[in-house]
Write a protein that binds this ligand. Sequence first.
Ligand code: SIN
Length: 339
Amino acid sequence: MRISIDMKAFKKISVAGLLALAMLVAGCGKSDDDGPILIKFPHVTAPGTPKGQAAQRFKDLVDERLDGRVVVEVYPSGQLMSDDDSLDALAFGEVQMIAISLSKLDRLTHKFQVFDLPFLFPDLSTVERFQASQEGMSLLDSMSDKGLRGLTFWHNGMKQFGGPIPMRSPDAAVGLKFRVMESDVLQAQVLQIGGNPQKIAFGEVYQALQTGAVDAQENTWSNIYSSKFFEVQDYLMETNHGYIGYLVAVNPEFWDGLPEEIRAELDTIVNEVGVWANEQASVINEDGKQKIIASGQSEVLALSAEELAVWQDAMTPVWDQFEGNIGAEFIEAALAARQ
Ligand code: SIN
């Protein structure tokens, strides 16, 4: 059974009605006697990014190992829907798999805000140790009652700031309009340095920078390169002040309804791709950085340890602001993952 939903229309229906609808359509990707199981997998970044490559590898391995019993359709670059819409679409069975930036789960649970705390994770290895901890693993299944189950995490990389002026110190950020993802922590982080945060969907960032709707942004090298933000940002500051990673998630009813041997094979592939994706992520980000430098269109500034310490002091007060929301045990587990 396939049901198509007008995303704008169904946001207006009552919550009770939507939940009933969810029960009905959650199994839509399941196989029936007529054909293969369909997994629609939309995401917002370009095919060459860490997420784009991982999604494609997932599809390739499914093609290779499941012999046509499962068909994966990957829709990159936001061509099917925005991240925000994909959360609804997953809950209602319109798509079967997503890999959404952890920051954008703020809408469903505050626990994921831990990933947005500035300067909490010094590098990807620390993030990985935290994700593998008891607290990190508990996050995967923390939203099943909201129509979403995490299978694993994939990295993108560390975030850098970009803007119209050199920003060696947070003083330079005062009064600038910053694009941030849909996260209250990221909003607070910009307020903390005297900037004006604007939550804007990924697909609208280039235009917002180009038209001056925002002056500045934060993202990974691979996203800044593949989405061409460097063409509309005169300076990029290598701050590594935060993390972008993804939750690979499915609709619990769809997943649990799959034939057991197929689900087991898909689980194996998801985990295998996770290991592969995390190895590729740093290489892809470094490649993006070098291509930006080579383009000469944006000046990349390396910051000294002293300059970074000033940024850190300016931004870390948001930890206290969000500790109650997140739960102190998650921040402690992240700190314990540092070496
Ligand atoms: C992504 O990497 O999926 C998008 C991140 C963003 O919205 O900046």
